[in-house]
Design a binder for this molecule. Sequence first.
Ligand code: ADP
Length: 464
Amino acid sequence: MLSIRQRLTLWYTAVLMVMLIAFATVIFFGGAWQLQRSTDQELLQTALLLTPPLQRGEDPLAVDTSYRVLTLDGQVIRNAGLPVRRVPVEPAALAAARQGRTHRATIRAAPLAAAIEERQPGLAAAVRVITVPLGNGPVYILQVGKAETDVIRLRGLLLTTLLIALAVGLPIAALGGWWLAGRVLNPMRAMTAAAQQIEAHDLAERLPVPPHNDELGQLATTFNGLLDRLQAAFQRERRFIADVSHDLRTPLALMKSTIGVALNRPRSAGELQATLGELDGQINRVSSLLEATLFLSRADADRLAQGYAPLDLSELLTDLVETTAPCAAEEHSQELTSDIAPGLYVTGDRDQLTRLFLNLLDNAMRYTPDGGTIRVGGQTSDGRVVVEVADTGAGIAVADLPHVFDRFYRGDKARTGGDRDHHGLGLAIAQAIAHAHRGEIAVRSELGKGSTFMVTLPGVVRSA
Ligand code: ADP
């Protein structure tokens, strides 16, 4: 298999060779045609000069060109010069002249005697002959001829030039092509070497980007972009595993120490029951974490959006507000209001959407001080359904805002608040559900004043 460099060089050389040959061919045929035209003109001129004296029966003086005079049936009655003597009388020429027409032809000459050939090696093998009628009638036929030496010389010259150009030019062109292809492919070699250095576990290396933003530059930039995305995905994955392990370790350690304390000495039934209750809480925490990570891994595998069907979101939200409002009022003295337009239809999964909005309501209640207000709004906008969950709570710091949807991200208060039942996965799950429904989730917040989470989902037009 030839390398790209070899193939480029071959192509380059072959194209150049074809071009050289085509160029020489055009020059040859064009030149030969031009030469023949001027020979014909010269011969005609001579024929014109010869005609008057020949018609008077005189011997023309000063004749450079070879000529002969023939009778109408082709008998040579006068001959001057070598070239016409070397060619046979062509019947076509005679016929044309008899009809009063001028006839032009290149006629193959009879071979010369070896002695003459030796003395005058340049003598052409073909003769250009012009046949013209002489006299009115006509009476005789005049043939003027000239050896086609110039055309043969031109052909020889072109052939020699072409051979020299091919013999000298082609190797130079091939070397040039080789060098050029090498230069073009150099950055590619550097990229290949750099790509070989990149290990799956360390994606920090990048390909060298050539200084010009050409095709290779774009290839390197695109490849580096791919590496950026891969590296980010790997880092996310690693952080996720580390976070899951960390969140699993804490309850497991607590369970172990609870069991250790319980086993320290004989316990009463009441004490054992209390220990089991504690263990039950820890197990709930572990299983809720596992369930959340499992849900997210299904979301990553694009397996959430299965069995989606049109559903009435207005009804779902109203039910949710009705079941949550008593708890908000009783436990936190919070007022939960709603302003949900009827007939908001989306295509989706009831359980997943309930989980999404429950997460938002749960957060709103948790991060809003007692006595605060939570409002759930729902309406359509440009064919999309927009649901807002707004609270008058603590708000989110500007530095936290871009991260609240990250997995295991917990704001300062949540982290230091020691709320162990929350792993920082609630909003990540809400976002995964919104995306699975081809929707978006966004947040607007002001510290100390409250936060508003907006979920936008594609609406479904219901025919009446
Ligand atoms: P968590 O389990 O900590 O609630 P979430 O993913 O639900 O995790 O939320 C991530 C972080 O976003 C929270 O720790 C909190 O800092 C912040 N947050 C979420 N909702 C609100 C809200 N309504 N008001 C203020 N902060 C919020």
